[in-house]
Design a protein around this ligand. Structure first.
Ligand code: C5P
Length: 209
């Protein structure tokens, strides 16, 4: 029984999964802002563990919120390191509880990653699987990086996208895949505004159901 006159804060979880550079981050931030939900980019947890060096299991167990604020987490190298440590079941297990607790943030939460709808929050109220072709995703990531030639050329970024997809989809523990009840949003030929509008409509419908 709650206090008289006090309603418990709403628990409402939005799970957003999909491959690298499909638009998950932009969509998640837009949902968080529009509905006032807390947002967790779960890729940052794996990126922080990946760049820390040493024993990744110990790094995952001892991770602090401060580690998520490092300024080297967005690089291509950190993404590759993340997808390698993310294949280790003990690393994934060490990060599970933190994500589940976050998903129950009072007032609602949106988490984006690879296994949120399938493993971390199978009971999420809304599940979206955001995807696009590897070519479209590589082009977006390449433009974000400044559209350079050399080691971060479009071809190099495409090769990394394909390699990371294969590792994330092929691993034994929590592979990347849409859960059966996820709404699949293919953003290949959508503008980001269209994708955000569709995602927000889905959340609004579920909230008013
Ligand atoms: O989303 P982002 O590109 O930051 O993720 C980096 C890597 O971390 C992914 O390629 C994936 O291997 C791993 N990851 C994961 N599960 C999550 C989020 C990220 O395995 N929920």
């Amino acid at each position: 029984m709650g206090m008289p006159g006090k309603r418990p804060a709403m628990i409402f979880t939005v799970a957003i999964d999909g491959p690298a550079a499909a638009g998950k981050g932009t969509i998640s931030r837009a949902i968080a802002e529009r509905f006032g939900f807390a947002h967790l980019d779960t890729g940052l947890l794996y990126r922080a563990v990946g760049v820390m060096g040493g024993d990744p299991v110990a790094a995952a167990r001892n991770l602090t919120p401060h580690d998520l604020t490092r300024d080297d987490l967005r690089s291509l190298g950190a993404g590759q390191a993340a997808s390698r440590v993310a294949t280790l079941p003990a690393v994934r297990a060490a990060l599970t509880e933190f994500q589940r607790r976050f998903a129950r943030s009072p007032g609602g939460a949106v988490l984006d990653g690879r296994d949120i709808g399938t493993v971390i929050c199978p009971q999420a109220e809304v599940k979206l699987y955001v995807t696009a072709t590897p070519e479209v995703r590589a082009k977006r990531r390449w433009l974000e990086l400044g559209g350079q030639s050399g080691p971060d050329s479009l071809d190099a970024v495409l090769a990394q996208v394909i390699e990371r997809d294969a590792r994330d989809m092929g691993r034994a523990d929590a592979p990347l895949r849409p859960s059966d009840d996820a709404l699949v949003l293919d953003t290949s030929s959508m503008t980001i505004d269209e994708a955000v509008a569709k995602a927000c409509d889905t959340v609004a419908q579920r909230l008013s159901a």
